[in-house]
Design a protein around this ligand. Structure first.
Ligand code: ADP
Ligand code: MG
Length: 366
């Protein structure tokens, strides 16, 4: 029988951070590529595929492995794309001393370039839309858990309570060209930055005549057009309980496919519990909403990125409400109990992985 999602291109990227518990399998696992296509299988059938000139570029940026595969692009354009990522990282990075965000966190006010302002404005609108499930000012809490350095720890409740007093995106003031935050605040655009970067790269490639490309920004997928043979891109979605296998795949065209999952970056505490990097700003602790992964599919990578993080925090009910109220995205949610929820618009575009019980699949209606 023909396999639906042959593993063709599987970049298993593993970045193991320092690990106080001394685990061998990597306490900090970032093995998040969800990229699999069926291109090779088709190749023998479709001669055109072989003729489209393929350019590929892999590099490390924004703390993750990135890979760009573009058809009918030249080396100069790939160089430009890589430089573009570096430019954006230099603007948004929290850890680069001279970045606009680092200056804001240090001085509590900073001049912002048009791009940083645009991204911050978008992020703040999503903080509001999700009623603070996304909160760009949760950064001090993320830091206290050690997720920014890999030196993991479990903060005391009192420490979290103190930090949480200053977490409130409504106290980030954005005026034209300037941002201002409270004296004890720090912000981080990490939950939206890679999605935004995907949008910018897709735009750059298109402006330069590329009609087909697949970008993998550390597991955040951005597609340009269709595959060179005219068929849709098929993007596999990992099983959060077994990240080496998939729960299924989704067919897309000119869209982003962005996942937030507890399996992406986590550590095991001395208490044997698993603590992951998506924090519920209401509690200061890793979010436990009943969802193990949230994949968002849509036209805007930045929106998909923001929603993947925040709907992970909000859970099934909040995600369903967002879908019904705004309708500007599609989603695949994998719940703790194994149920795979897909939004209505994916009905004909999502395929459950072979061998999985079809009863596991449920559709979220508008
Ligand atoms: P990744 O950046 O690893 O792909 P996400 O897009 O889900 O994953 O973003 C998670 C990152 O965003 C965390 O590493 C942390 O820096 C930050 N973060 C965690 N929880 C929140 C939250 N509730 N709101 C905003 N940012 C968050
Ligand atoms: Mg995100």
């Amino acid at each position: 029988m023909k396999r639906f999602y042959p593993v063709l291109l599987m970049m298993l990227m593993c970045a193991c951070g320092s690990n106080p518990q001394g685990q061998t399998n990597g306490a900090a696992i970032e093995s998040r590529s969800v990229l699999r296509t069926e291109a090779a299988e088709k190749e023998s059938e479709t001669e055109d595929t072989a003729e489209a000139a393929e350019e590929e570029r892999a590099f490390f940026a924004m703390n993750t492995y990135m890979r760009i595969r573009a058809y009918d692009a030249d080396t100069a354009l790939m160089d430009q794309a890589e430089v573009r990522v570096e430019e954006l990282e230099a603007l948004f990075s929290t850890t680069r001393e001279e970045s606009e965000i680092a200056i804001l966190n240090r001085d509590k006010t900073a001049a912002l370039s048009g791009e940083t302002e645009e991204l911050m404005r978008l992020a703040l609108s999503l903080c509001e839309r999700t009623e603070g499930a996304l909160d760009i000012s949760v950064y001090p809490v993320v830091r206290s858990w050690g997720f920014t350095t890999g030196e993991y720890r479990i903060p005391e409740r009192a420490e979290l309570d103190t930090l949480l007093r200053y977490v409130d995106y409504r106290n980030v003031k954005l005026e034209k060209g300037t941002a201002l935050i409270g004296a004890d605040m720090m912000v981080d655009l990490g939950s939206v930055g890679k999605g935004y970067t995907g949008d910018q790269l897709a735009a750059l490639l298109k402006e330069n005549g590329v009609q087909s490309a697949l970008l993998d920004l550390g597991g955040n997928i951005q597609t340009v057009g269709r595959k060179p043979d005219g068929s849709l891109w098929k993007i596999g979605i990992k099983d959060p309980k077994k990240p080496d296998s998939q729960v299924g795949g989704v067919s897309v065209e000119d869209e982003a496919v962005i996942t937030s999952g507890g399996y992406e970056r986590y550590f095991t505490g001395e208490d044997g519990e698993i603590y992951w990097h998506i924090i519920d700003p209401a509690t200061g602790e890793p979010a436990h909403s009943g969802l193990l992964s949230v994949t968002i599919i849509g036209k805007s990578g930045a929106l998909c990125d923001a929603l993947s993080t925040s709907l992970f925090v909000m859970g099934l009910e909040g995600a369903t409400e967002q879908y019904r109220t705004y309708g500007d995205f599609e989603a695949v949610l994998v719940a703790q109990n194994g149920t795979v929820y897909i939004t209505e618009g994916l009905r004909d575009r999502f395929t459950l992985a072979e061998g999985l019980d079809p009863d596991r699949l449920q559709v979220i209606e508008k």
